[in-house]
Design a protein around this ligand. Structure first.
Ligand code: IFM
Length: 445
């Protein structure tokens, strides 16, 4: 395969997964309950009643999964650590068997020549903390830092860079505002403290990681926001949406302040959650890298009802994934160049920590190849425009449990038969392997 993407030497190739979506073994070796175990047990919460009890059985099959990664020739593997495996109730006592699993995983990755890139929190909060308010409770931020220190003390000798949180926007909106995800709360704008406490948790954990000489990243779900028209009302709505989805989770980290949320009737203290010194703490440890999870742009129009200052408008005339998400590869270039302009020298090097699509195709997944190729073209265009992008981790290594959609959305380079747990590489697997090899060969010359 020709290396048409023209990315720099040293560019890192990877895949991403998350603990609850692949591990299974939810009751094994002392793991405590997570909010997703409790949520998935609620009738109707997850499609077809699927749970995380088995998922991809990665807890037992990780050697086979690492062999697949080695077959791809990856530089790095982004996975997440299940907090309730490490601290079953989210505070205090550490579960040695839980830590030992990640120890084995890290050692096996290193033996395969793959650099581990762990995420500390990818939505599976210990239920014990949810019982005390979850991320609405400021104390959760402190517990998160304590947990980060425990894990870093154990793995930091072998793991150089860490991601604190995955997609705090999605966790706040789906989990606390709309109730589509665990913990299933429907607080609408009263969910905002969950944003602040996650960011505070990031700041406290980042300090703990940095004190140990470890590099710190965060992975945000980011989207270019398109105004449905050039009317003042649509433009104002798009600006309000951008503040909520993008700026709320990036401005405090890079600029040390929250964006203007007055369109939501919310002041700079986010409903009383922000205390003096918090913003300084959130920004105190500079990010060594910003993780960007990109899937699609969002088109926004003026509100049709008084509850929120925007309404989402459809994006027409583009292909769609099996999830019905619009496929707009150039949105990745637009997002990256917008951030480059917006944050200037405050923007740290970027890594694409997630990008991919679900398809209905089983093994001949040409739509996934087209999706990835289009996005890598857009990424290369952003790099040519001056954005410092260091790596690309596709979502996902293998089909897995897609949260409230259960096992119905298949995002993997590898097909998983959830009855037999048989893994079968799809066409995109061979394509990605060849692309990585071609990139290396070009830079070896
Ligand atoms: O599966 C999720 C992942 O957990 C977070 N980012 C988006 C992916 C696809 O929906």
């Amino acid at each position: 395969m020709p290396d048409r993407f023209d990315l720099p030497a040293g560019f890192r190739w990877g895949v991403s997964t998350a603990s609850f979506q692949i591990e299974g073994a939810t009751e094994e070796d002392g793991r405590g309950a997570s909010i997703w175990d409790v949520f998935a047990a609620r009738p109707g919460a997850v499609r077809d009643g699927h749970t995380g009890a088995v998922a991809c059985d990665h807890y037992h099959r990780y050697p086979e999964d690492i062999a697949l990664m080695q077959g791809l020739g990856l530089d790095g593997y982004r996975f997440s650590i299940a907090w309730p495996r490490v601290q079953p109730t989210g505070a205090g006592a550490v579960n040695p068997a839980g830590l030992a699993f990640y120890d084995r995983l890290v050692d096996a990755l290193l033996a395969a020549g793959i650099t581990p890139l762990p995420t500390l929190f990818h939505w599976d909060l210990p239920q014990g903390l949810e019982d005390r308010g979850g991320w609405l409770n400021r104390d959760t931020a402190h517990r998160f830092a304590e947990y980060a220190a425990v894990v870093a003390d154990r793995l930091g000798d072998r793991v150089p860079a860490w991601i604190t949180l995955n997609e705090p926007f999605v966790h706040m909106v789906y989990g606390y505002a709309l109730g589509i995800h665990a913990p299933g709360r429907t607080l609408m704008l009263d969910a905002l403290p969950a944003a602040h406490h996650q960011l505070l948790g990031h700041g406290l954990a980042a300090a703990a990681l940095s004190e140990r000489g470890l590099a710190v990243m965060i992975a945000n779900n980011l989207t270019p926001v398109w105004s449905a028209s050039s009317s003042d009302a649509d433009l104002a709505a798009a600006q309000a949406y951008d503040a909520l989805h993008n700026r709320l989770f990036t401005d405090p980290l890079l600029l040390g302040r929250y964006p203007d949320l007055s369109a939501y009737g919310v002041g700079p203290d986010l409903g009383g959650a922000v205390r003096p010194g918090d913003l300084e703490l959130i920004a105190a440890t500079p990010l060594d890298g910003l993780g960007v999870n990109y899937y699609n742009p969002t088109r926004i129009a003026a509100p049709t009802d008084p509850g929120l200052p925007f309404t989402e408008a459809p994006i027409e005339g583009v292909p769609r994934t099996a999830f019905d998400w619009p496929v707009v590869p150039d949105g990745l270039r637009e997002l990256l160049t917008t951030f480059h302009t917006r944050y200037g020298t405050a923007l740290p090097p970027v890594t694409i920590t997630e990008n991919g699509c679900s398809t209905t195709a089983t093994l001949d997944d040409q739509p996934r190849i087209d999706y990835l190729a289009g996005h890598l073209d857009a990424l290369a265009a952003a790099v040519a425009d001056g954005v410092d992008v260091r790596g690309y981790y596709t979502w996902s290594l293998m089909d897995n449990l897609e949260w409230a959609e259960g096992l119905t959305q298949r995002f993997g380079l590898v097909h998983v038969d959830f009855t037999t747990q048989r893994r079968t590489p799809k066409a995109s697997f061979a394509w990605y392997r060849q692309l990585i090899a071609a990139h290396r060969a070009r830079h070896a010359r």
